[in-house]
Write a protein that binds this ligand. Structure first.
Ligand SMILES: Cc1ncc(COP(=O)(O)O)c(C=O)c1O
Length: 378
């Protein structure tokens, strides 16, 4: 652990307190907590022949229609993509019911998360975020010299908005909410989420990561773009990596008030490439694959949760393309056990080290998961 990390670790006293409460409820094991930097070591990308259920991808993509459109775009690869960015921006703006000035197309939503950290935290300041959550913005903010408050999730693994609000102070430059949250898969009650974002946006910038929004199993669940329509200090991120199945092409977008988009745009390193733009364009035209992806994801999740039920293993209700369950075995051990069955699961998510995140795959891949779980727990 570097000196800086150690200091930050100690400053995050709330983590230890929250974690002890979790321990008292006997849901989690806090053994072998390692600093952030050490966690990914054993969890490198999967070798060939291994079923990769570690990165929340959608293995059904790209759809045949999207592939066709990408091939057709080869001819345009000798051109810079400005006009194609403009036309995708227009299409996204229409979908979101906003103007093109409200949209910034990015290289994956990860670029959006990072430029938001750069734009608002490059001079220091503080970021408030849940723990565990998707770390891209948090790590980048730290690299920019900001301090990150990691606020432990509740006992039910839902984001603790009250505790997050308490961590906000005059130095808070951004509050990050991932909803549905990765890795827990949980969503916040709609009214609580809207109320929190509206309130916090009076004080600072709110970032709502909606990478898994399309998978939410609750009717009429609101996107925080509704607050952008009221000109609030809110940034929303979306991606083509999940339900549209084009993670490898790296394309996503941010939605925010035009003055905020202008500020974010300055920090972009470059633009998405021509093939990614063609793919995203095509993906938005195709309802069939979109619906198929959601249906397959629900079926895959059901296969996992039915097996977990057989062994009385606890899991959260997932509104994403993965299942988060208490394996009861330290994740570094459990990960190895699954690898013996040629399955790669998600990395450790502290402090929930005896929990496992497993992404959904194709039906036959999920059959392998079911049989591996049966062998491990029988
Ligand atoms: C919550 C969350 N946000 C953003 C991303 C990054 O997605 P992208 O591929 O758009 O960079 C991920 C990827 O898994 C994620 O889980």
């Amino acid at each position: 652990m570097t000196l800086l990390n150690r200091r930050q670790w100690l400053r995050s006293a709330g983590i230890a307190t929250g974690a002890m409460t979790l321990l008292n409820h006997n849901l989690f094991s806090l053994n072998n907590i390692k600093p952030y930097d050490d966690q990914a070591g054993d969890f490198v990308f999967a070798e060939n022949g291994i079923i990769r259920l570690s990165s929340n991808e959608n293995p059904y993509g790209p759809s045949p229609f999207v592939r066709e459109k990408m091939i057709a775009a080869f001819d345009k690869a000798c051109r810079y993509p400005g006009a194609d960015i403009d036309s995708l921006t227009k299409k996204i703006a229409q979908k979101e019911g906003l103007t093109t000035e409200h949209i910034l197309v990015t290289v994956g939503s990860t670029e959006g998360l990072k430029i938001a950290a750069l734009a608002y935290l490059h001079n220091g300041g503080e970021l408030v975020a849940p723990e565990p959550t998707f770390e891209a913005m948090l790590n980048y903010a730290e690299a920019c010299g900001a301090y990150v408050h990691r606020v432990p999730v509740n006992l039910d693994l839902g984001i603790n908005l009250e505790a997050m609000e308490k961590r906000c102070n005059a130095d808070t430059k951004m509050v990050f909410i991932c909803n549905p949250n990765n890795p827990t898969g949980t969503i916040l009650p709609a009214d609580e989420m809207s109320h929190f974002c509206t309130k916090i946006a009076q004080r600072t910038m709110v970032f709502s990561d909606e990478a898994y929004f399309d998978y939410i199993n609750e009717k009429n669940y609101p996107s925080m773009t509704s607050l952008i329509k009221n000109d609030l200090n809110v940034i929303v991120s979306r991606t083509f990596s999940k339900v549209y199945g084009i993670a490898g092409l790296r394309i996503g977008y941010l939605i925010a008030r035009p003055d905020i988009i202008k500020r974010l745009e300055i920090f972009q390193v470059d633009n998405p490439n021509m093939l990614a733009l063609a793919a995203a364009h095509a993906a938005m035209d195709e309802n069939e694959f979109y619906n198929f992806s959601i249906q397959k994801n629900n079926e895959s999740k059901k296969m996992v949760t039915s097996t977990l039920d057989q062994f009385n293993l606890v899991y959260t209700q997932s509104h994403a393309n993965f299942v988060f369950f208490r394996s009861g075995i330290d994740i570094s051990e459990f990960g190895k056990k699954m690898l013996q069955h040629n399955i790669k699961v998600g990395r450790p998510f502290r402090p929930l080290l005896n929990w496992c995140r497993i992404s959904t795959g194709k039906t036959e891949e999920m059959q392998s998961v079911v049989s591996a779980l049966k062998k491990i727990y029988a």
